[in-house]
Structure formats: structure tokens, C-alpha cells
Design a protein around this ligand. Structure first.
Ligand SMILES: Nc1ncnc2c1ncn2[C@@H]1O[C@H](COP(=O)(O)OP(=O)(O)O)[C@@H](O)[C@H]1O
Ligand SMILES: [Mg+2]
Length: 258
């Protein structure tokens, strides 16, 4: 195991057991995993293999029953609920299968949302400018005032990605981000992920589609709560057209960091 300081995620023999009455489900039974800064990992495995449970722990939404989870050097397994919320708001970005945008709320407001009540130094105007820069970076310039019902599925997922980026996360976590999208739109979303990853973003994405997983750099496959295989992607697919389309992303995100 690589134990240098660059791992942004370190899972050490992590376990999660659900207890409901008499029933005990060992959803994750001892997973050790290191993810280096700048990696793009696809987490795979059949239904019930423990992917979402593992993602909930990676996302500091839930604590392991046993084992340790170090995120950016911080032992998340020992934190209180409030401290977990701080970690989520400060270090993580989330993208979901069903987008989870607020209805009747503009794209810009959806992107601003994570910072609206959080601790940050931005004025309302700076926040708005940052949201607009990110929207433009994900290809939604001119759509700032559109509500989710006025946007296609792919556009809604772009807004959700923008919302995940507004707090400059250390890790982007995505659970089946293309699960509700057609294949062409899915590849566009993979183009955005690859562009973000090229610019240093660490991404962990759950998918059950092998072709979608081929856009990542590394495929981790789970079975029965354990990692069954963990391999680099042999022939990584590149969503090149989309990379070109959102080429200014580097400047946009650099600007957004100010
Ligand atoms: N909140 C829960 N309470 C009890 N059992 C759960 C809960 N969440 C998941 N499980 C069980 O844990 C196992 C792994 O589920 P999950 O992590 O959702 O797998 P996947 O995302 O790979 O489909 C399954 O047997 C599932 O039924
Ligand atoms: Mg799941």
C-alpha cells in the first residue's frame, strides 16, 4: 500500500453493518482503498454489492461501523455530526443520478445554494459572478436564469455539477451521474468529468455501465461488500468533442478560485 502523503482518500479496513431489529446486514465488510489526489475512479459492482454504502461513508454522510477513513488527513470516522457536516460543505462535492435541483429556482441560484448559508468571504455579487463563471465553464452560458423544468436532463446535470464545484471541493463524488441520461448526453457528462480531472479534480463515480467506467482512469469493482478488483483502465475513452467545447474551463475554474 502506498502510504505517502498524497492520498486524499484513505480507507483502512472499513466496515458498515446495518442493524434493523433482528436483521443484520454487513453491507461493507472490510474495504481498504487509497485514492490519490487527481485520480478519476469508477466504482462498480452489481446491485447490493455495497457501492452506495461506501459512497455514503466517502461523502461523510455516514460513519463506518469499524475501520478508519482519512479524508485529506482528517480521521472522518471519529467526527461528530456537526463536524461531518463541515467536512461535507468544505471538502466534498456531490452529484446524484436524479440531479436533485430545487424546482422553480434558477440555475444560478441552484449553483449558489451550497454557499448561501455557509462560511465564506464572498459578497452576494462575488458569489453570483462565481456561479456564472462555473455555469459558463460547464457549457451553460446564457442559461443562468433558466429553471430546471426549462432545461434538458443533461443541462440539469451540468447545473448539479456546477453546484458541486462552487465550494472548490477536494473530491467530487457522483452516484450514477448518467443513470437518467441517454448515451450521447452521458458521454457529454463524462467529457466534463474528464476536463475537471485533467485540471486536477479528484473524482469518485459509481456506475454500473462498463462503457461509462471506461472514461475513468481506474475501475474498482465491489462484490458482497468487498473490493473484488481494482485495476487501471486499459484503454481509456476520451470524450474529446466535449473537452473542446468546454476548453475555457481551466480559466473559468482558476477564476472561480479567487
Ligand atoms: N439503510 C440500510 N439499512 C439496512 N440495510 C441496508 C441499508 N442500506 C443498504 N442496505 C443493504 O446493504 C447492502 C448494500 O447496499 P448498497 O450499498 O445500497 O448497494 P449498491 O449501492 O451496490 O446497490 C444491501 O444488502 C442493502 O439491502
Ligand atoms: Mg446504490
Amino acid at each position: 500500500m502506498n502510504t505517502n502523503g498524497a492520498a486524499v482518500v484513505q480507507l483502512i479496513d472499513v466496515q458498515k453493518t446495518y442493524r434493523t431489529g433482528e436483521m443484520e446486514v454487513r453491507a461493507v465488510r472490510g474495504v481498504s482503498l487509497e485514492i490519490q489526489r487527481g485520480e478519476f475512479v469508477a466504482l462498480m459492482g452489481s446491485s447490493g454489492s455495497g457501492k452506495s454504502t461506501l459512497m455514503n461513508m466517502l461523502g461523510a454522510l455516514d460513519r463506518p461501523t469499524a475501520g478508519r477513513y482519512l479524508l485529506d488527513g482528517v480521521d472522518v470516522s471519529k467526527l461528530s455530526r456537526d463536524e461531518l457536516a463541515d467536512i461535507r460543505n468544505g471538502k466534498l462535492g456531490f452529484v446524484f443520478q436524479s440531479f436533485n435541483l430545487l424546482p422553480r429556482t434558477t440555475a444560478r441560484e441552484n449553483v449558489e445554494l451550497p454557499l448561501l448559508y455557509g462560511k465564506h468571504q464572498l459578497t452576494n455579487r462575488q458569489l453570483r459572478e462565481k456561479a456564472d463563471r462555473i455555469l459558463s465553464a460547464v457549457g451553460l452560458e446564457g442559461r443562468e436564469e433558466h429553471t430546471p423544468s426549462q432545461l434538458s436532463g443533461g443541462q440539469q446535470q451540468r447545473v448539479a455539477i456546477g453546484r458541486a464545484l462552487i465550494n472548490d471541493p477536494e473530491v467530487l463524488l457522483a452516484d450514477e451521474p448518467t443513470g437518467n441520461l441517454d448515451s450521447r448526453t452521458s458521454v457529454e457528462i463524462m467529457g466534463i468529468f474528464q476536463a475537471l480531472n485533467e485540471r486536477g479534480m479528484t473524482i469518485v463515480m459509481v456506475t454500473h455501465e462498463p462503457d461509462i467506467a471506461s472514461y475513468a482512469q481506474r475501475n474498482v469493482v465491489m462484490r458482497d461488500g468487498l473490493v473484488k478488483s481494482d485495476l487501471p483502465v486499459a484503454r481509456r475513452l476520451l470524450a474529446t468533442t466535449e473537452l473542446e467545447k468546454i476548453a475555457p474551463l481551466e480559466e473559468e475554474l482558476a477564476g472561480a478560485k479567487e
